[in-house]
Design a binder for this molecule. Sequence first.
Ligand SMILES: [Zn+2]
Length: 141
Amino acid sequence: MDSKKQRFLRARAELARLEGLRDAIEEPFRKQMRMATQRMKAALEAASDELADAEDDCPVHLGQCETCLTPLFAGDEGSHFSDDGWLFCAEHSPTYAYLLACWEQEGADDWESESSFQDWLLRGQGLRAHDPQSKYVYVLG
Ligand SMILES: [Zn+2]
């Protein structure tokens, strides 16, 4: 056999030998990875099923308080400002004084009159008109 054919056969045999070594080294890791992947898949499916069940029994999740990150659900007390999407728990909802100051500084053009703004403000159940420290809070829907 000429040397070119022998060189080709030697190179092919060496490649096959190295691939066999590689497979022998990798196989235990592949087996561990398959087993871990199967366990993780089962855990993920169980967690997903639990979330779906919990979601069915739970009021609508609206988001979280912008200040303290407390999760807020339909039926909780707080405030929601649809223009910017901000949501606040009862504790961190703005006060009458703060909202009035905002209205006076920049929001007056959006309201027909101060009385319509006052009507909107009084939607907050805890809000007492002209009590600067009362909170703009209502039952979130
Ligand atoms: Zn909060």
